[in-house]
Design a protein. Structure first.
Length: 477
């Protein structure tokens, strides 16, 4: 693994360099296509979070720029797995699928296989792939994704495995091509990396130190997206509440939200993820006052036990968290609150777990992602004594899930019969007479409609609540 970039060039120069590589790659692809008498296809498969989904759009942007066309599945000529490593099972899925890929490759001699993303930042993973998965042509990490055009050229010209992983970077490269998955909504990175070092979490080790983008670059990107038909954006960062603190001219996340709210033509603003320790009164006021900001707050709890929270290095306790929820609801009564919870953190006692159940009962989350603690090598929690036996964790997990589901379906029921704005996202997958969209609070609604509604906001009567989604009827578009 390289510690740092060998030659240092500015972000703008890097953009130019990468466009040169795209030109070169386009020539190589055109030549191969002429030889084969057909188009070359790609398939980018994303594991993990919204950040990875956005990164994949950048990879697809470059692949299309150099002439690849979208393939149907992994029987394509260039297959990329953009991986996640936040929990062990994410890693296992990748190894499983690589087995299939090596068989596809035997039947398609021009096929190339690339792996990138968080999992590739771990030495043990790269060593295992080098040893056991020789079918892989290219491995790169999270810090040099902006060099994909260059790596693509090298891969197309070489028969051996290319590995380029960096430990960190301080560079942010703007203005590379991006192909969005949805025409009307888009993620927008506002920062990269994480400085929090929660004791269970591998993210700071694989995504590096926190770096914020300049507000002018973010605004320019969103203006461009809106001009291109986007009406909803999701501002992305591991901890958006600490956005802008380390910029040359510091700015707060609340200030950024207000600036984004001014962008004409934009209809909805979402953001992910907030850390409770940095949730300021200014931010709560901004969500309340900015008309485009959705009334939805994803506020990871992780544990309801103040003792466990301290060992997790979360820098807040149960009381502080509950106070934040009270403040949010006092200022924005209809705000939806969702969360992430980990069950079975090392040393978690029955009493600790009861504290988590207590917070869930008191907050009454609109929805919650619940996770079984997964030991990540290299994190402080991995070497803690008292790892919890599997059967105990499973029993607690089931109890928590039951409570979470009861509450969220109860809460969803409260909106039944109301007329609410829905942003239409896609045709329904099961029933072609229905469209599927989302409420401001992120809940899913299906209702009769046609293709032309996609990307518009309709007033919809929520006729029936089906637990975690609604069936509705359009009132006006
Ligand atoms: N085990 C289980 N869940 C984890 N998360 C992060 N690290 C781990 C881990 N080692 C969860 C947290 C985080 C979400 C994205 O993933 O709840 O908020
Ligand atoms: Fe992990 Fe904490 Fe960073 Fe979230 S904020 S990614 S939980 S270290």
């Amino acid at each position: 693994m390289r510690d740092f970039e060998v030659v240092t060039v500015s972000g703008e120069e890097e953009t130019k360099i990468q466009y040169e590589y795209m030109k070169k790659a386009r020539e190589i692809v055109a030549k191969k296509e002429a030889e084969l008498g057909r188009n070359l296809t790609y398939c980018v498969h994303t594991f993990g979070c919204q950040m990875n989904a956005r990164d994949s759009e950048k990879l697809v942007g470059i692949l299309e720029q150099v002439g690849y066309v979208e393939g149907e599945d992994e029987h394509s000529d260039f297959v990329i797995y953009n991986t996640c490593t936040v929990r062990e099972n994410a890693n296992n899925k990748v190894y499983g699928r690589l087995g299939y890929l090596s068989n596809y490759k035997k039947k398609n001699p021009v096929m190339k296989i690339a792996l990138c993303g968080c999992m590739m930042q771990e030495n043990v993973v790269v060593e295992k792939i080098k040893k056991s998965y020789r079918c892989v042509d290219l491995i790169f990490g999270t810090h040099n994704i902006y060099k994909f055009a260059e790596l693509l050229c090298r891969t197309l010209e070489s028969d051996s495995m290319i590995i380029d992983i960096w430990k960190d970077t301080d560079k942010i490269v703007e203005d590379l091509p991006i192909k969005r998955k949805f025409s009307f909504k888009s993620g927008v990175n506002i920062m990269f990396g994480c400085n929090n070092f929660c004791s269970y979490c591998i993210v700071p080790y694989v995504r590096g130190r926190e770096r914020s983008r300049e507000p002018k670059d973010i605004i320019r990107e969103i203006e461009g997206l809106v001009a291109d038909g986007v009406c909803e954006i999701m501002l992305l960062g591991q901890n958006v509440n600490s956005y802008g603190k380390n910029l040359e001219n510091p700015i707060s996340f609340a200030e950024l939200l207000c600036a984004v709210n001014e962008i004409e033509g934009l209809k909805r603003i979402r953001f992910m993820t907030s850390h409770p320790k940095d949730l300021s009164d200014d931010l709560i006021a901004a969500i309340r006052d900015c008309d485009k900001v959705c009334h939805h707050m994803h506020l990871p709890l992780q544990s309801g036990s103040s003792r466990v929270l301290q060992v997790m290095n979360r820098h807040y306790d149960k009381e502080h968290y509950l106070k934040l929820v009270d403040k949010l609801r006092a200022e924005i009564p209809d705000i939806a609150i969702t969360t992430d919870i980990i069950v079975g953190f090392p040393g978690e006692t029955e009493e600790d777990f009861e504290e988590t159940m207590d917070v869930v009962s008191r907050v009454r989350y609109d929805s919650a992602f619940t996770f079984i603690y997964s030991k990540r090598t290299g994190t402080p929690a991995a070497s803690m004594e008292e790892q919890i036996p599997e059967d105990v964790v499973k029993e607690r997990f089931d109890r928590l899930l039951k409570l979470v589901q009861e509450i969220s379906s109860d809460k969803a029921m409260q909106l039944e019969g109301r007329i609410m704005p829905v942003l239409v996202e896609e045709m329904n997958e099961q029933d072609a007479s229905l469209v599927t969209g989302r409420l401001d609070n992120n809940s899913v609604v299906h209702f009769p409609g046609t293709q032309d509604l996609i990307g518009t906001i309709c007033q919809v009567k929520l006729k029936e609540c089906k637990g975690f989604y609604y069936l509705g009827e359009i009132v006006e578009s």
